[in-house]
Design a protein around this ligand. Structure first.
Ligand SMILES: [Zn+2]
Length: 185
């Protein structure tokens, strides 16, 4: 089809679109209202479809995390974990937080530590988290238990300020965990 042949179709589509959205300026008839609602629903469906595709791309790329090519140290196993950050502030820990971790360690004395679902990784396990450092599993939280229920090992890393925790964000990584006591594998 030539460009000239398309012209009436394009003009028709334009007129239909204009007529459809004319309800914006004419709110008197119930039909005009229905047209507007339908247009809104259509836009919503298209937008959420797009969002879902982006979401899938993110999920798939996270799932393709390469496993370390080197063997884990003796007695350890590579475990894929989701890491996030938290700090002792009211936003992260609630206004009733007493500044003590789940195993009663003071966050002032121990500014760094890891919160995990203790059913997956027991308390007092020392873990070397790449980019964070060597720290002890000494705390837990609702989000870790929820992730644990979905078979996700979730580490919440303790930082001194909210900004640092925010900056860490959300990272998937392989962490070497001692096989003894590990209830994940
Ligand atoms: Zn915080």
């Amino acid at each position: 089809m030539t460009a000239a042949a398309w012209r009436p179709w394009i003009r028709g589509a334009k007129r239909l679109t204009l007529w459809w959205f004319a309800a914006l300026f004419d709110r008197r008839s119930w039909f005009a209202g229905c047209r507007l609602i339908l247009a809104g629903v259509a836009i919503g469906v298209i937008a959420s479809y797009g969002a879902l595709r982006i979401y899938r791309v993110v999920l798939v790329s996270e799932k393709r995390l390469p496993k370390p090519v080197v063997e884990a140290p003796v007695g350890m196993a590579w475990v894929e974990v989701l890491t996030t950050g938290y700090c002792p502030c009211a936003i992260c820990c609630g206004i009733f937080s007493d500044g003590r971790t789940a195993i009663n360690r003071s966050v002032e004395k121990f500014p760094f530590g890891i919160a995990v679902e203790p059913k997956l990784v027991p308390y007092r396990t020392m873990v070397d988290v790449p980019g964070y450092g060597l720290a002890m599993v000494d705390d837990t939280g609702g989000a870790m238990r929820q992730s644990g229920a979905k078979k996700i090992v979730h580490f919440d890393l303790r930082f001194q300020t909210h900004g640092q925790a925010w900056q860490w964000g959300r990272r998937w990584m392989y962490v070497a965990l001692p096989q003894q006591g590990l209830r994940h594998c």
